[in-house]
Design a protein around this ligand. Structure first.
Ligand code: IMP
Length: 433
């Protein structure tokens, strides 16, 4: 019966790839339910280092079925490239399945994403430029093309003919850009359909049947709760529901199927793109953390903004997701710092806010109320036993646990699979057959 939700609890890039890979060992299915190739999930294993964008991180475990669910938006060219790259490095991708209901990111979506960002000027969101927003716009406007449509030539032609006519009006009249060539796009879509056909199926039924059989399903979140379309720092968010509710709608499973909801928190904060970030460190400390952690985007290569752990945002994230447990990643990055700080409240216009303010203007003006704690000299890098953590690092973890209000069950102390402290197994052992 159980499904386990893995949710980015901050602004993405918390290290979900490693955690999903780690948990996949005990799972039968690993499912992406939202976002697209704006995501970049890094996995390091015995085959090397991989940056996954669309393919679920379960792909490295041959016993796992890796599912791209209906709530995902799929750029077929990017997906085929990713599959080829994995295969060329000896990763078997035959366990991949793609929902016929997943929407297609078309070349005009990518073009519009870039044109819209340019037009926003200094109010640009800092999107990944992968066409994600425009693809979700079309889905909501009922003007989308779905993966299943790529397998049905007459239907595809009919849909594309009307959609491309509308897109070309926008491209040429609003942005004075070149129009899309319908015939070329149609042929490219048919080619994508032929190449992807073997993976495409009704995944909702497969996952539902697997849950009925008592198999274990890991729901692999993308981005982070503070980028959630409804609950994040709007308008500086992504265009999908990345929180746990999005797992239910983006896959088609009822909430009571989900046994645990695991929030992935980084030991400090990072953010890519524009938008409020109260604990941002625009100084040598931020630079130090960025360089030690190599905080550069796995998708765009952009330098990530860095800041102290934001307890106010973390508590908001816990509230909207109902985390039953948490994973704390990249603790080792803070090794050797004389002191570390945690944001416990915001101050806006002289007033203290203990809860996440909902108005964007307040958020933008928020300054952090920081609590200082001792750093630690003895490194935590590679530690696998809780008792081996220096007492200052343990105190830091305990304080974060207190703030987020749920147990930290796993602490990641390095990028490799085994560099983790299991406080309590998140996915229990399978019952004896
Ligand atoms: P979009 O999802 O490309 O439309 O970008 C919207 C915002 O979400 C931008 O600030 C991006 O930098 C951010 N974003 C999207 N995907 C990720 C991710 O996987 N990690 C971190 N930030 C992301």
């Amino acid at each position: 019966m159980p499904a386990y939700g893995i949710i980015g609890a901050q602004w993405g890039d918390e290290g979900k790839g490693k955690v999903v890979d780690f948990l996949s060992e005990r799972a039968d299915f690993v499912v992406r339910f939202s976002g697209g190739n704006n995501a970049g999930h890094t996995v390091i294993n015995d085959k090397g280092e991989f940056a996954l964008h669309l393919v679920p991180a379960g792909i490295f475990w041959p016993h796992c079925t890796s599912v791209i669910g209906p709530g995902v938006v799929v750029d077929p060219g990017a997906l085929l490239e990713e599959i080829d790259a994995l295969e060329s490095r000896g990763v078997d991708t035959s366990g991949l399945v793609i929902s016929d209901h997943a929407h297609v990111v078309m070349p005009y979506h990518v073009k519009l994403d870039q044109l819209e960002e340019q037009a926003r000027g200094e109010n640009a969101i800092g999107t990944t430029g992968r066409g994600i927003g425009p693809a979700y716009v079309d889905k909501t406007a009922r003007a989308g093309i779905r993966i299943g449509d790529l397998l049905d030539a007459p239907y595809l032609r009919e849909r594309l003919t009307s959609v491309v006519a509308a897109k070309n009006l926008v491209l040429t009249k609003v942005y004075e850009a070149d129009p899309i060539d319908l015939e070329a796009l149609y042929n490219q879509c048919l080619e994508y359909g032929t190449k992807l056909q073997r993976y495409v199926t009704n995944v909702e039924q497969r996952v539902s049947d697997a849950l009925d059989r008592g198999e274990r399903v890991v729901l692999e979140g993308a981005q982070g709760a503070l980028l959630d379309l409804d609950h994040g720092t709007y308008p500086f968010v992504t265009s999908s529901s990345v929180s746990i509710g999005g797992a239910c709608t983006g896959l088609g499973i009822p909430p009571q199927r989900i046994e645990s909801i695991i929030g992935i928190f980084k030991a400090y904060s990072t953010r890519v793109g524009a938008g409020p970030m109260a604990t941002e460190l625009n100084n040598a400390t931020g630079e130090h953390i960025r360089e030690v952690a190599q905080e550069y985007g796995a998708t765009t290569g952009r330098a990530r903004r860095v800041g102290w752990f934001d307890g106010v945002a973390a508590a908001h994230s816990r509230a909207i997701n109902g985390f039953t447990s948490a994973v704390l990643t990249r603790l080792d990055v803070l090794d050797g710092m004389p002191s570390v700080q945690i944001c416990v409240a915001y101050e806006v216009d002289g007033k203290r806010y203990d809860r996440f303010p909902s108005l964007p203007g307040l958020l933008a003006r928020a300054t952090p109320v920081l609590e200082e704690m001792s750093g630690w000299i003895i490194p935590t890098a590679g530690v696998t036993d809780l008792d081996q953590l220096p007492k200052e690092a343990r105190a830091y973890v305990d304080r974060i646990q207190e703030i987020i209000g749920c147990p930290i069950d796993l602490i990641s102390t390095g990028p490799k699979r085994h560099e983790s402290i299991t406080v309590r197994p998140i996915v229990p052992d399978a019952p004896e057959a």
